[in-house]
Design a protein around this ligand. Structure first.
Ligand code: HEC
Length: 113
C-alpha cells in the first residue's frame, strides 16, 4: 500500500518537474507547447464551466445543456471555434488541437439513455 502511494508521489514529482522545465523552455513561445498535450477536461474547466457548468448542465447565458446535446465532434468544433449566439468564439483563445480535444471531451458529458 505504502509502495503504491510513494510510486505516485515520485510520479507526480516527475510530472511537476517536467512541467516546470517545459514552461521555462517555452517562455518565449506561447503557441508551441511540446510535451503538454491538449487536455479536454482541463480546457473545459478553464473556459467552459462559467456557462456550461462542470457537468455541462448549468445553462448560464442560455448555454445548451451538454448532457442532452446530440451533436457530433465535427458539429461541435465550428460552434466552439466561431461561437453561437451568446457563446463566445474560442478561435483566438484555443488552438485547433485544443478545440478538438475539448469538443471530444464534451461528448463524454452526454448522459447515456
Ligand atoms: C459565455 C457563455 C459560454 C461559454 C463560456 C461557453 N459556451 Fe458553449 N454555449 C453557450 C450558449 C449560449 C450555447 C447555445 C448556442 C445556441 O444554440 O444558441 C452554447 C452551445 C454550445 C454547444 C452546442 C450544444 C448544442 O447541442 O447545440 C457546445 C458543443 C458548446 N457550447 C461547447 C462549449 C465549449 C467546449 C466551451 C468552452 C471551450 C463553451 N461551450 C463555452 C454559451 C457558452
Amino acid at each position: 500500500m505504502n509502495d503504491f502511494f510513494s510510486f505516485f508521489r515520485v510520479l507526480s514529482s516527475i510530472c511537476l518537474l517536467c512541467l516546470v522545465v517545459a514552461c521555462q523552455d517555452n517562455s518565449t513561445d506561447k503557441t508551441a507547447r511540446p510535451g503538454v498535450s491538449a487536455s479536454g477536461v482541463a480546457i473545459f474547466k478553464k473556459n467552459c464551466v462559467t456557462c456550461h457548468g462542470a457537468d455541462g448542465k448549468l445553462g448560464l447565458n442560455g448555454a445548451k445543456d451538454l448532457t442532452q446535446s446530440m451533436l457530433t465532434v465535427e458539429e461541435r468544433i465550428p460552434i466552439i471555434t466561431k461561437g453561437k449566439n451568446l457563446m463566445t468564439p474560442f478561435e483566438k483563445m484555443l488552438t485547433p488541437e485544443e478545440i478538438q480535444a475539448v469538443a471530444q471531451y464534451t461528448t463524454t458529458l452526454r448522459t447515456q439513455q
